[in-house]
Design a protein. Structure first.
Length: 82
């Protein structure tokens, strides 16, 4: 999704909304971006969007060069306007 000014979703300003890390599995990695399926349900109004999967971009990765489908990951949850 893009903002009214044309900024793409992964470039929108965002705010971290999780205090503790969540665990999940990478599903649908596309080289520079993909989706993470959380192991536990996320209690947030946007969490059910996109089948419960959360977007992750290459710039979000810490400690690895990329992700692979099926990889177990830990992550914080951020929110933007998309």
């Amino acid at each position: 999704a893009a903002a009214e000014d044309g900024t793409k979703g992964h470039q929108l300003p965002r705010v971290r909304i999780s205090a503790e890390k969540f665990a999940g599995t990478v599903v649908g990695w596309r080289g520079k971006y993909g989706w993470i399926k959380p192991i536990e349900e996320i209690g947030h109004e946007k969490a059910a969007l996109r089948g419960g999967k959360l977007f992750a971009g290459l710039e979000d990765i810490i400690g690895a060069a990329e992700l692979e489908d099926g990889a177990d990951v830990e992550f914080h949850i951020y929110e933007d306007d998309s």
